[in-house]
Design a protein around this ligand. Sequence first.
Ligand code: THG
Length: 262
Amino acid sequence: MIAVGERINGMFTDVKQAIQEQDKSVVQELARLQTEAGASYLDVNVGTATADKVAAMRWLVETVQEAVDTPIAVDSQNLDVTRAGLEVCENQAMINSTQGHPEKLEAYIGLAVEHDADLVGLTMDARGVPQDVNTRVEIAATLASAAMEKGLDVQRLFIDPIVIPVNVAQDQPGKILEVMQQIRMLSDPPPHIIVGLSNLSQSSKERPLINRTFLVMAAAAGLDSAIVDVFDRELMDAWITAEMILNKHIYSDSFLAAARRR
Ligand code: THG
């Protein structure tokens, strides 16, 4: 279980304001608390806080690193912003993310190899986000074979089948579960499978329940990592329990406490 803390994102008003005012304390508190809550990586995304996204990403990464050693997932769709973030990362980082277009893919895999970073690949390309299972799996295969060809270990690749809000497209979550089952058969060992979980419940009621239920279903379909609200204790406990039931953690009466300490 690889939890990526979602909270250092300019999409949240407190972080947006912190970026604009260069207020380190808000960001550093979120870095510490998410790490304590079980984040293996901290997602860092400047959102729409400022026009100078390169400078904002650099500041955010440096600010987080002053507080914690937790690896950072540099979250941007812009190659220059991603590169700027990686250049100041002191620890092994995650690049979040690239897509399946061949030219883009080449540049991002090169960047991942150069920085010894993990790479998230979205199952979308120039055609946009596919709505069907097969096209997503095809793009996943393109991502995995490009990684192998360009010298990025497939175990450093995290394939993201792209979760969209359930209240917008209710046919998609079930398809995404099918995609996951196929991705895990792409190679041996397979690539990691990741999603941005909170996307699923955007503008819905019962957000934690929707997120938690899907996460458990996805864990059974092969997902092993997710960008999540690590402060949601019930979510984290459900994930640990799902993995215990899937025989990924040894059962003991204290399995929950044992996994939480990690
Ligand atoms: N895949 C990958 N990376 C991603 C995503 C993904 N990075 C960004 C995003 N999606 C994952 N992170 C979040 C963070 C917050 C929310 C959703 C996804 C969220 N925010 C509240 C909302 O929109 O309602 C904001 C609430 C507030 O402002 O307080 O839901 O899919 N690879």
